[in-house]
Design a protein around this ligand. Sequence first.
Ligand code: 13P
Length: 248
Amino acid sequence: MRKPFISANWKMNKTIEETVEFINAFIPLVKDITDVDMLIAPPFISLSTAAGFLKGTNIKLGAQNVFYEEKGAFTGEVSPAMLLSAGCTHVILGHSERRQYFMETDEVVNKKVKIALKNGLDAILCVGESLKEREENRMFEVLDKQLSGSLKDLSMDGITIAYEPIWAIGTGKTATKEQANEAHAHIRGWLRENKEGADTVRILYGGSVTPENVASLMSEPEVDGGLVGGASLKPDSFAQIVINSRRK
Ligand code: 13P
């Protein structure tokens, strides 16, 4: 049985002070939870402070991006070693917002996953189709292309997949549990055909996850957790998502 994994993706939200305020409120709400892996991913600037407050807790820390070179003249970028020294264990890569606003291709995402793993960071790789692609019945084709491009020459050690249909992100239009399970089952099928250890890889669902819908999504056999945006910004709502994701 794969252990549930609930990750927050705060995107470009919260100052350092707001991050500390969240963490101080969140820790007591989930302190006894050992059957769900939890992660928060604040913006870069808050990582180091967050790590200090999370030390010794059951909550892990992740970044939302990394650059694909070790160091050098790359103004404004952040390296894997910097994330490690800030206290991160994970990095979210290939999010659709990175693909859309920052022109990240599967090739770029592949380089980022590679350098993250090489440096000892775990990667949460995001894939997902647009509404148009779904309506044109190209969903599986799009997922296959993203998986084969982003995972080229990689084994699955240290990789979690997040299925995030673009039409469900920030829209309040959650995929039904059947839609999520269908996509996850397809992703796992692709992994079985192309990689070792497909059955132990966790596949998270992302897109308008809330305390109200998470238990239903988690009741599906292929849904191993969630990547949560909006509903992860409040400590009680995110804690409730974690609690409601526990296996019965
Ligand atoms: P929302 O939960 O706000 O829909 O965002 C999902 C997401 O993009 C997480 O990475």
